[in-house]
Design a protein around this ligand. Sequence first.
Ligand code: FAD
Length: 369
Amino acid sequence: MVRTAEIAGAGFAGLTVAIELARRGWRVRVHEASPELRAFGAGIFLWENGLQVLAELGVQDRVLATSYEATRWEERDSDNGELGSRPLPVPGGLRMITLTRRDLLTALVDAALESGVSITTGSRAVRADDGALCTEDGSVRDADLVVGADGIRSAVRDSLDLLAEHEVFDLGLYRFLVPLDRAPSFDGQWRCYANYWNLRSKRRVLYVPCNERELYLGLGAHASDGALSQPLDSSVWCESFPVLRPVLSELPAAPRYDRYEVLRARKWSSGRVAVVGDAAHAMPPSLGQGAGTAMMNALNLARSVADHDDVVAALRDWEAENRPLTEHAQQESVAIARNLFPVTPERRDGWGEGAVAVARNVPKAGESS
Ligand code: FAD
């Protein structure tokens, strides 16, 4: 008999579970609340663990073809003085790449459709009962497995009273894409990933080439800083970072603003309902591991249940195996977020072993049927 899954959320986590289950013969439907499939937030870093998940899903080559891999990460002050730098890939060969969220989502959506996943847009999950997903239109869909991959404000999680802790930090990031050819030059520091720090005003610009054409910029500051008020005043940012004037002088009209947040679920499942990704374990972006960890846990979730007749027991084993490293990633990223200004020597000169341990957590290869 064909086993079935109903998944809330066509983000990175939901699509990963969906692809893996469909490739293992399950009938899978993904419900996406938005009227169209869209990834917000400009660019994204993926470390080795995320890349290996993509390899297991058969989409790594597609993703690499649209991505960028810098050979150095730099820390600079607002006058362009070098504060520190780290070679890439990280020693041990752990890769870190960047790409637009649009390109990552497109690769996953294409793979999901090719695997036979059915994706319904404009379908908002409102709650889950054991073995059923309920959507806003009143439908109740039974399934062997229900997954809440519906992001940090997960309706599925909250309907099961699984939230343990949620903290919103006094820090935020505006993210947007600008043409890479606005950079002052096509080589040298302008091809590196870089943090530019203005330690007087406690502002930061994250400078991230994403591909040959697009540059991802993140403007960071404490949430109370007037420089974050909408509409963004580019002259304030150009004054804080004169060297970045060419890329900051024309800011897009409505860039995406997000606060840093950390969230822990009491349990990652209740009966045959699992929560995964930001719905269960969101973390501040300071390690660039939220999506990587979400996809890793999502792949492992699909593999655990697909290999097991008893879904409830499989979900318990999955949480026991994956939760410790996820909590470690959350602790590391929270520690950095709490101490973002000033830049600590460890962050200037290299990634801590704690950050690298998360990137090293790659799935076992070749298990899908
Ligand atoms: P989401 O990406 O939030 O996807 C959830 C999906 O569910 C969305 O499509 C949403 O529309 C849909 N949905 C919501 N509610 C419902 C509902 N009720 N019913 C149906 N569908 C619903 N991570 C990295 O790995 N690298 C980075 O560089 C990085 N940078 C970041 C920068 C910032 C400023 C922030 C805030 C986060 C960053 N992250 C990064 C974290 C990363 O974005 C998240 O961890 C990741 O998007 C989580 O994926 P997800 O699929 O769990 O959730």
